[in-house]
Design a protein. Structure first.
Ligand SMILES: [Ca+2]
Ligand SMILES: [Ca+2]
Length: 243
């Protein structure tokens, strides 16, 4: 009996691994706007160390919020800590290739309807920013922290000139959106994104924005892979505690 159970679990896990292998997007899968350009090592540089700059990339293909997926990127949020600004935002929106306000808006404020996961590296007291670098999950381009779906969550200085793993994971069965940095979950929310944000439309685009203002930093994003889990694989993941 135990042997048969072992064989069945092995087959199921093999199926799960085969179905859930991630795809690495290519540069042709993205549009660029603002000051964004492609670097020699095929990363997107959204801003240089210039004041009042902004840029964004958007994945050209819509994804379906009715299905589970994970998006794995590497981000670099600059090399200046004390005088570095303003940060980056990972966003979902019904239209791709959009860019919000610069400076404290991080290229995201004003985009509605939308969901934004901000990596904020500059203290704006009137937005209730904590002094430390922080993450927050925001809705409809509203960047004051009294509107957050989750956060702000303080993180150690991320303007360290290093690339960091930035993973966005969506589980529609729990309506859970979670964010990991370097393999550690930092922030999450459970919210009916499809109905309460996108008015019943489950097809959205994702992108990354960045901006500078009176102070600046390099902001860069590299793509790793996108994994779409089928409903069956999500079922298998849950039943074996793999979520
Ligand atoms: Ca800020
Ligand atoms: Ca910092």
């Amino acid at each position: 009996m135990a042997v048969r159970r072992f064989i069945i679990i092995s087959i199921l896990l093999t199926c799960f691994c085969l179905i859930a292998i991630g795809q690495r997007p290519t540069i042709e899968d993205f549009t660029m706007s603002g000051d964004t350009y492609l670097t020699e090592d095929e990363c997107f540089r959204l801003t240089e160390e210039n004041d009042y700059s902004s840029g964004s990339i958007w994945y050209k293909h819509a994804i379906d919020l009715k299905k589970p997926f994970s998006i794995r990127l590497s981000i670099m949020a600059g090399c200046q800590d004390e005088v570095g600004a303003d940060g980056m935002v990972f966003a979902f929106a019904p239209q791709p290739n959009r860019l919000g306000y610069r400076g404290e808006g991080i290229g995201y404020s004003g985009l509605a309807p939308s969901i934004g996961i901000e990596i904020d590296t500059w203290l704006n007291e009137h937005l209730n920013d904590p002094m430390e670098d922080h993450l927050a999950i925001m809705v409809n381009g509203r960047i004051g922290h009294w509107n957050d779906l989750a956060g702000p969550v303080k993180i150690p200085n991320i303007e360290d000139c290093q690339r960091h793993g930035f993973y966005v994971i969506w589980s529609p069965s729990e309506q859970k959106l979670s964010v990991e940095i370097d393999g550690t979950e930092i922030i999450s929310t459970s919210f009916d994104l499809v109905n309460k944000v996108f008015r019943g439309n489950s097809l959205v685009y994702w992108g990354m924005t960045a901006a500078t203002g009176r102070y600046n930093n390099i902001h860069e994003v590299c793509f790793d892979r996108i994994t779409h889990f089928s409903p069956q694989t999500e079922e298998i993941r849950r039943s074996y505690g793999l979520n």
